[in-house]
Design a protein around this ligand. Structure first.
Ligand SMILES: Nc1ncnc2c1ncn2[C@@H]1O[C@H](COP(=O)(O)OP(=O)(O)OP(=O)(O)O)[C@@H](O)[C@H]1O
Ligand SMILES: [Mg+2]
Length: 598
């Protein structure tokens, strides 16, 4: 189908054509080349005035001798531009017919498969701002890896991946799976999860074998050791590994003052109760058809870093000796665990850098997921040959992406800002970046934000009492400081959670009791000022990051000024209160400890 004719000045890289048939931005087109072959091109922008529409287009190339080549001569004015056929696109960009099914080319019925070997040996990065679909897309890739029986470890700081055990239950997503020949599916037998058993009953205890080297302990100490302490520790462990109790006993028997500080740190480590003679068995963790989740939810960041450093270092060593099979390791929120050097060091930085640069030689593939490409170690990012880039808007992050990813032009940067949820630019695995519609998940996605409006607390409100006593924001303080460049102090503010009804409709609403404002959905980082309208009509939302600033502006003291009773009075004009629960809300207030009263 002819869609237009070339006009104006063309180069070997770009040209304009006069649009004769409707065409969309980023549509693939084909143009006859002087060497007698069609060349694949893409519309990158459309300009319209009262008389005509002109499509600005980019030359992608044609396939010859199994390579993509670009024409040596520009197209002539008047040359016809055709809508590219699905076959021509697949042949030119060689999307393949097998591999990991990621989705389809945006706007086309062409499936996109990632080459399994390339992906697993040359590392993967999934990049996007928060809420843009990183974990969802990662879940799709993880499903494909599990189906192939490839051993997989997922470092999961928020405990989002346990839902891989369950089949997708969202009707609109299930409907879209059918044409792909896929069904909802849960990997109950393949997925095992280690974490804090008190927070998640589906977890096995996350305990490490009590066999420690001096390096392990150095990584774990909260304070740097003096050289005298280091000598003591090395002498106690010698060059083998040892259990914590023997190390403590051995140091206790030394006659030196240097042991006091060292012993108190060792006892602190013992109090963490993360070591056990019956700890993680790596051969159980890494085996065929096994996806092991390291659920770090609830552990302080320092401990999360230690778990990652210890587990990944041990696995790398075992892999080098071929004591465990080749495997793929996914690290969620990787910017926290391997930050760019100017953002400080993490205990896990070194091993993640090593895996990025050396893992492939030993059959250990790495997948990193980050919402802050500017904050993650540049070398780690650039070692990831396949990149899945979803919506990103922060200019520093866009710069980091274009610096480390080949083929991201300023045009593409603009597009990255405007990507819809579920769409990605995928680079590296093909000779040119492609826009991909990520396929629906077969398993259930675990990263959905909690929707306080939809959550049904009816009948089970009591069981939420404990969970609601302190409500935590989703962003952690360290991240917030890096995102905004400001310092924050954590403060608890009083709040009340009310379950109310109005003519059959139910609302579950959280009010802060400093100014009596309503926080509509803290997990979506939105809140709105209650001003008497029905909740569905409230339109003024503020991000949770702005919330403390709003509170401070109106009142420097974050103490309770509004009584629960007065909130009830306001509500009762329109709603019937079914139940309520007083709780606290953890907020990050800009400033340092001196200028905030908590
Ligand atoms: N391909 C997709 N198809 C359908 N829905 C999607 C898709 N990708 C994302 N979503 C929806 O968007 C929401 C956010 O996605 P996801 O949890 O993957 O974001 P994220 O980038 O990992 O966010 P965060 O940085 O907060 O972890 C999901 O709850 C899901 O409902
Ligand atoms: Mg996520």
């Amino acid at each position: 189908m002819i869609v237009g004719k070339i006009i104006g000045t063309s180069s070997t890289k770009e040209f304009d054509f006069l649009v004769q048939k409707k065409i969309n931005k980023f549509e693939y087109i084909q143009v006859y080349n002087e060497n007698g072959k069609y060349c694949l091109c893409q519309v990158v922008d459309l300009l319209r005035d009262s008389e005509k529409t002109v499509a600005k287009s980019q030359v992608l190339g044609y396939r010859e001798d199994n390579r993509i080549k670009t024409p040596r001569q520009p197209f002539r004015p008047g040359t016809e531009v055709l809508y590219a056929s699905d076959d021509f696109i697949s042949q030119t960009i060689e999307i393949g017919k097998s591999g990991l099914l990621l989705g389809s080319i945006e706007g086309r019925n062409i499936s996109v498969f990632l080459d399994t070997n390339k992906l697993l040996t040359k590392h993967l990065a999934i990049i996007a701002k928060s809420g843009s679909g990183k974990s969802y897309a990662c879940g799709v890739i993880v499903e494909e890896i599990i189906k192939r029986g490839i051993p997989l470890i997922i470092v999961d700081p928020h405990g989002e991946y346990s839902s891989l055990r369950l089949p997708n239950d969202r009707k609109e997503e299930i409907d879209k799976l059918k044409p792909l020949g896929l069904k909802p599916k849960g990997f109950i037998e393949q997925v095992i999860e280690f974490g804090d058993t008190q927070l998640s009953s589906s977890c096995l205890p996350l305990k490490l074998r009590d066999s420690l080297t001096a390096e392990d302990l150095f990584t774990l100490f909260p304070v740097k050791l003096s050289s005298a302490q280091q000598v003591l520790l090395y002498n106690a462990i010698k060059d083998k590994s040892s259990d914590l109790d023997s190390v403590i006993l051995s140091i206790e028997s030394e006659e030196t003052g240097a042991k006091i500080g060292l012993l108190s740190q060792l006892k602190y480590i013992k109090s963490l109760e993360i070591f056990d003679s019956d700890g993680l068995s790596y051969s159980e963790l890494v085996k065929k058809a096994r996806c092991s989740l390291i659920n770090l939810r609830g552990y302080p960041l320092e401990l999360q870093e230690f778990f990652i450093a210890k587990i990944l270092s041990d696995l790398f060593l075992l892999r080098k000796k071929e004591d465990i099979p080749p495997l793929f390791v996914v690290v969620e929120e990787a910017h926290n665990f391997c930050p760019e050097r100017s953002f400080g060091e993490s205990r896990s930085s070194r091993i993640i850098r090593t895996l990025a640069s050396e893992g492939r030689k030993f059959g250990l593939g790495l997948g990193i997921i980050t919402q802050r490409p500017a904050k993650i170690d540049k070398n780690v990012l650039s070692q990831c040959s396949t990149q899945l880039i979803l919506k990103t808007t922060n200019p520093n992050d866009l710069k980091a992406i274009s610096n480390s990813v080949e083929g991201i032009t300023s045009e593409k940067e603009k597009e990255i800002r405007n990507l819809a949820i579920g769409s990605a630019i995928v680079t590296g695995f093909l000779e040119m970046p492609v826009f991909v519609n990520i396929r629906p998940r077969q398993t259930r996605h675990g990263g959905h934000a909690v929707d306080f409006e939809k959550e049904d607390f009816k009948g089970s409100f009591e069981s939420y009492e404990e969970k609601l006593s302190v409500i935590l924001p989703r962003v952690n303080k360290k991240d917030l400081e890096i995102m905004t460049g400001k310092k924050y102090v954590s403060t608890l503010i009083p709040a009340v959670y009310i379950n109310m009804e109005n003519e059959g409709s139910r609302h579950k609403v959280l009010f802060e009791l400093v100014n009596g404002n309503v926080i509509q959905d803290i997990d979506k980082k939105k809140y709105s000022v209650f001003s008497g309208q029905p909740f569905s009509e409230i339109e003024s939302f503020y991000s949770v990051e702005q919330m403390p600033e709003k509170l401070i502006k109106s009142d420097k003291e974050l103490k309770q000024r509004v009584s629960v009773k007065s909130i009830m009075e306001r509500i009762k004009q329109k709603y019937k209160v079914a139940s309520y629960e007083e709780c606290s809300l953890l907020v990050y207030v800009p400033g340092s400890d001196e200028n905030v009263e908590s």
